[in-house]
Design a protein around this ligand. Sequence first.
Ligand code: ZN
Length: 339
Amino acid sequence: MSAAPATTPLWANETEGRSFHRLPVTTMLNGADLTVPLHVLTGAKLGPTLGIITNQHGDEFLPTIVIRQWLAGLDTGKLSGRIVVVSVGNPLATAACQRLTPEPHGRTDLHEAFPGNARGNTTQMIAAVITAQVLDHIDFHCDFHAGGTGGRLQGRVDYNGKAPAEVKQRCFEMARAFGQPFVHENDLTGTSAHYVTTKRGIPSCNPEVGGTFLGPDSTATYTKQSMDGLTRLAAHLGLVDAPVPAVKQIHFDLVARRELRPHNSGYLESLYERPEQIGQPIAAGTLLGRVIDLYSYAVLEEIKAPFDGFLFFSRYSGTVSAGTQAFALAEAAKSERLD
Ligand SMILES: [Zn+2]
């Protein structure tokens, strides 16, 4: 299990109820203090501590807003254990409405900066504070992501296939409990918070649900999926009392995963822009979208399914740069159906 914590978290002795803290990180050039926001819900009954981080990438707001709503609906009198939420993992990236921290040197992706370094760049300083106040003191971890401003549609939960066997199994069970159409065994080795926790024996899952600026209908669908997922996860971990009925899911690993990226920049006309199309079987050769040259109006390329599979992310129509992640499929022959 995890090494002895270096610091006592400021929420360690909190009794039943809710608290909000701003964890100091450093000072900024505009004169303001840089802090990381932390919400703590402490239940009336004993139980595990679940840590959740959102907005590690600054343009992924959906989970943040969903969790606000989800926490408001929880009754701490019926909660067993504690839920610790970093609502905005990277405030600097969020302020810039971009994925990464706008700083000139070093690792600027908070998702790749854990466990952090108090003497590193600003992104590493943020990671160090989150590690000291959250990751060092939790029993379960959830790194909650969404699509960014690229218009991504998706519903899956990743877990670290490189975690030690017993932890890997518990990560898989958490990922499955979330109830999304897809469960993805991914390689999260490296410097993500997910990797840091699983390496310490703390089961972790990494939902990727919905996206940003998707409009009211898709946002409502993904909000409901995320709310249900959080309740199912909390019930699975024993924090709340709620049913976790089995759902049909598709389980796939990196061998089955294929991302389709346009070779040309242009306007992507996507034929898969609705949440209900995610998870549907797609036959080899099916046209998924085409890239149009905004200047000559020519069709530069057609993007087709390379094999029989399941579309696990798609995106809205819009301008794309060459190499952008446009669509992704799990190959049917290499995927497993979970009932
Ligand atoms: Zn992300």
